[in-house]
Design a binder for this molecule. Structure first.
Ligand SMILES: Nc1nc2c(ncn2[C@@H]2O[C@H](COP(=O)(O)OP(=O)(O)OP(=O)(O)O)[C@@H](O)[C@H]2O)c(=O)[nH]1
Ligand SMILES: [Mg+2]
Ligand SMILES: [Zn+2]
Length: 397
């Protein structure tokens, strides 16, 4: 069946771009343009001429920008002269180019010669010249997951514009509260909502100790348990998944991130993300996934798979630490000394909580370790933050 629709004014200008584009699908580009037309209310009308577009109702429906995760946060960043540009979402970052998802499907993007590929993250929104597929500008991010590179001074971008972070861990030797706390700081600091996902519950008889320990890691933390290989896995994660929302899977190698991605996206075996077995002896994975990628979730929403992280160093995350260790932060004002280190000082409210059995001493040790690591790794900028040592005021003693 065919139907006709009318799109206005700029379509003729757009069409000239399309015609210059080798292999371009005119009909799809004009359909996309139709969306731009409806959305950009402030766009000046250039020509009154209307263009009739025919399309087949049996063609695969194009994805709306909203379904891709577009929101007013990004729309507000567009200048009037940028509204002709296509808006696309980065789905993979390669050595020298990007792949994106757009309203009309996947696209390979070219980067200007002065652009640095490491400045882009999976999940980023970018404005693209529809004629050349050249990236014109990356839009500001709503959230950004980044980490310090191992032993390096630079940061590595993990994913952008993520709403919920699934911190995946297994009910076996891989489970480690100290490691989970690092992931929680990482989520808190980036502005994403963390959810701990305990996998491999089919391999143990008693899940309660795992659930109890994970739930105690942060106030109000959501923790779910599942068998990632069972048919109900996607249903367990459904409360955090809806059209336009983006989730990311992080955790050690072998915990089942890609298995969950396949469950969420209902991939056919031929397109499924590769998964790999773990070592029997210590439950360690084999780093099967080697790059980050964005995939559509069956029924709406987006999921980012990431390679297993060997380590997660923290830096510049004091806000994220305060959220994670809220119970310690809240006790501190009740300590006798304002600069109490909660180690040996008299009148320490934190030590009193440990004596009363309401605070786990291991938790205090981990708070101290992460706080020290953060101070050591955080570059000194200005103001009383990070590892800045306040200057002695007045005479030396
Ligand atoms: N029994 C059981 N096996 C699981 C579960 N989740 C994952 N697995 C298995 O664990 C192994 C590792 O799964 P992957 O999905 O490849 O793990 P990953 O986290 O993506 O690992 P990397 O890509 O190396 O970071 C595979 O053999 C999966 O079949 C689960 O809930 N139960
Ligand atoms: Mg994987
Ligand atoms: Zn104290």
């Amino acid at each position: 069946m065919r139907k006709t629709s009318v799109v206005g004014s700029q379509a003729d200008i757009f069409q000239t771009h399309v015609q210059r584009q080798p292999g371009g699908n005119t009909e799809q580009w004009i359909r996309r343009f139709g969306n731009l037309e409806r959305e950009s209310l402030q766009r000046p009308v250039i020509a009154a001429m209307q263009v009739v577009v025919t399309h087949h109702s049996d063609q695969a429906a194009s994805v709306s920008l909203a379904a891709l995760g577009w929101s007013t946060f990004f729309a507000n960043q567009l200048a009037p002269e940028e509204t002709y540009l296509a808006r696309m979402r980065v789905s993979a970052v390669h050595r020298s180019r990007l792949t994106a998802v757009s309203e009309i499907g996947p696209m390979r993007l070219s980067l200007p010669s002065n652009a640095n590929i490491t400045d882009f993250a999976v999940g980023d929104w970018a404005l693209i010249d529809p004629a050349t597929h050249m990236l014109v500008r990356r839009l500001d991010r709503q959230t950004l997951l980044q980490r310090r590179t191992e032993g390096g001074r630079s940061t590595q971008l993990i994913a952008a514009n993520v709403d919920t972070l699934f911190i995946v861990t297994s009910c076996n030797d891989e489970f480690n509260p100290a490691r989970l706390e690092r992931y929680l700081v990482f989520a808190n600091e980036s502005g994403t909502n963390p959810v701990v996902v305990l996998t491999k519950i089919d391999q143990i008889t008693d899940t309660a100790p795992y659930m109890e320990q994970a739930s105690a890691l942060q106030r109000g933390l959501a923790v779910v348990m599942l068998n990632a290989k069972a048919p109900g896995a996607a249903r367990t994660l459904a409360p955090w998944i809806c059209p336009g929302q983006t989730v990311a899977l992080v955790g050690s190698s072998g915990v089942g991130k890609s298995t969950l991605l396949n469950a969420l996206s209902s991939k056919q075996p031929e397109d499924a993300q590769l998964t790999g077995s773990i070592r029997e002896v210590d439950a360690k994975g084999r780093h099967t996934t080697t790059s980050r990628s964005l995939h559509a979730i069956d029924g709406g929403g987006w999921v980012i798979d990431t390679p297993g992280m060997r380590s997660l160093q923290i830096s510049d995350v004091s806000g994220g630490l305060d959220t994670l260790f809220a119970e310690i932060v809240e006790l501190a004002p009740q300590c006798h000394f304002r600069d109490c280190t909660h180690a040996h000082e008299p009148g320490c409210a934190v030590q009193s909580a440990i004596a009363a059995g309401t605070l786990d001493p291991a938790r205090l040790d981990r708070w101290r370790k992460l706080k020290t690591e953060n101070q050591t790794n955080t570059p000194v900028l200005s103001g009383p933050r990070g590892n800045k040592v306040p200057k002695a005021n007045g005479k030396r003693r």
